[in-house]
Design a protein around this ligand. Structure first.
Ligand code: ACO
Length: 359
């Protein structure tokens, strides 16, 4: 049996920080509400397009795997905030890396995009279509945010993570997964102005209005993720107690707590970084796994469960068996262009640019 081992990992977090206090300077909100209702304290705001973040994360993942760009057979870019639709964003990452032998595709399932991308790459390696892949989960929602809507503006942040996958005869990488979608409920997270749908109703691309029913998404997120977790455990014939670490999508600390309770998982078995980054959509779960590895929370052979959900409403859970190595083989000295602005300055610039556009 052939598997797709994850032998490289990397992240790219833009340096500009937007705190809860910063948000309260232009929204009717405060640190106490945001922390108690979501667990978030700060998030990152990107000064560069999403493909730049993805490029750095990929360069670091390649270095960690000890591979060159020429060895990459596939780049799959999970996101819903692509620089452009044509040409796709994976092709820009290929260009920046010089990964000339890679097939390139973009994939959008909203917040689960990075995890769905992991499934597609794993399947293509396991079936021999490609021998290796870079899987990206990256998002820059700040430029598509409705910064006048406190219901959503406080929840999201920007970031990127990437994994290098290669074929292996050892049982490693994704060993079971469950993917699905509550399409009947797709309208409870609908962003006007982020695509063509409302164009003939006078909605301008980028002028987003988030039709977002937080409490309803909350409930379906808990149900969808816990069912998906049960599915993968059953597929693999594993008991909940056999899981070493749960690395969930981080949309709300209370959602994570509800999920952990259903899974009977103690605090030390759940990896959480929502306080530092908020919800980075497609980047969230992949970046959480990268940080869990960096912090020594993943041991060789560890069984890792990664549930996620997103707009659509898509849901997923992946069961990973970690391979034999948790230390990177190398590092990359490549980095983002410097940023001399704060997160608040970057957000105020986005708001001002839209006002100029409106005239
Ligand atoms: N600051 C202060 N008050 C706020 C804020 C804010 N930022 N946002 C909402 N409120 C108010 C509301 O107006 C409401 O006031 P009211 O009682 O006077 O009407 C009150 O706080 C409670 O609002 P609820 O919506 O009931 O609060 P809830 O406890 O459900 O928390 C939240 C809202 C955080 C959005 C939660 O429902 C949630 O996390 N939902 C799912 C998260 C989510 O959808 N994430 C994106 C998923 S898709 C993806 O990941 C791409």
């Amino acid at each position: 049996m052939r598997y797709a081992d994850i032998t490289g990992w990397g992240k790219c977090t833009p340096p500009a920080i937007l705190t809860n206090g910063d948000l309260s300077t232009f929204l009717e909100t405060d640190d106490a509400w945001i922390v108690s209702r979501t667990g978030m304290k700060e998030r990152r705001i990107s000064h560069v397009p999403v493909s730049d973040l993805a490029h750095i994360a990929c360069a670091r993942a390649l270095a960690a795997a000890g591979k060159t760009a020429a060895e990459v057979g596939l780049i799959i870019f999970g996101s819903c905030s692509f620089d452009q639709i044509v040409p796709n964003s994976a092709s820009r990452v290929q260009q920046l890396l010089g990964a000339d032998n890679a097939a390139c595709m973009d994939l959008n399932t909203a917040c689960t995009s990075g995890m769905y991308a992991l499934s597609v790459a794993t399947a293509m390696i396991r079936t021999g279509v490609v021998q290796s892949a870079l899987v990206i989960g990256a998002e820059v929602t700040s430029s598509m945010m409705d910064w006048s809507n406190r219901d959503v503006a406080v929840l999201f942040g920007d970031g990127a993570a990437a994994f290098y996958l290669e074929g292996s005869e050892h049982k490693a990488g994704v060993v079971a997964e469950s993917l699905g979608c509550f399409g009947k409920n797709r309208d409870i997270l609908d962003v006007a102005g982020w695509g063509q749908k409302y164009a003939n109703q006078g909605v301008i691309l980028g002028e987003t209005k988030w039709n977002f029913n937080g409490p309803e998404i909350f409930k379906r997120a808990v149900v969808g993720m816990s069912r998906a977790c049960d599915n993968v455990l059953e597929k693999e014939g594993l008991a909940k107690e056999a899981i070493d670490l749960i690395v969930p999508h981080q949309a709300n600390l209370r959602i994570i707590d509800a999920l952990a309770k259903r899974m009977g998982a103690s605090d030390e078995k759940v990896y959480i970084n929502i306080q530092r980054y908020g919800n980075m959509s497609a980047a969230t779960a992949p970046l959480a796994l990268v940080e869990a590895i960096e912090e020594g929370r993943v041991a060789p052979g560890a069984k890792i469960l990664m549930p996620a959900f997103g707009g659509g409403l898509t849901w997923s859970a992946h069961l990973l068996t970690w391979g034999s190595r948790t230390a990177p083989l190398g590092t990359s000295d490549i980095d983002l262009s410097p940023c001399d602005k704060t997160g608040l300055q970057l957000v105020l610039e986005i708001i001002a640019a839209r006002q100029i556009k409106k005239g």
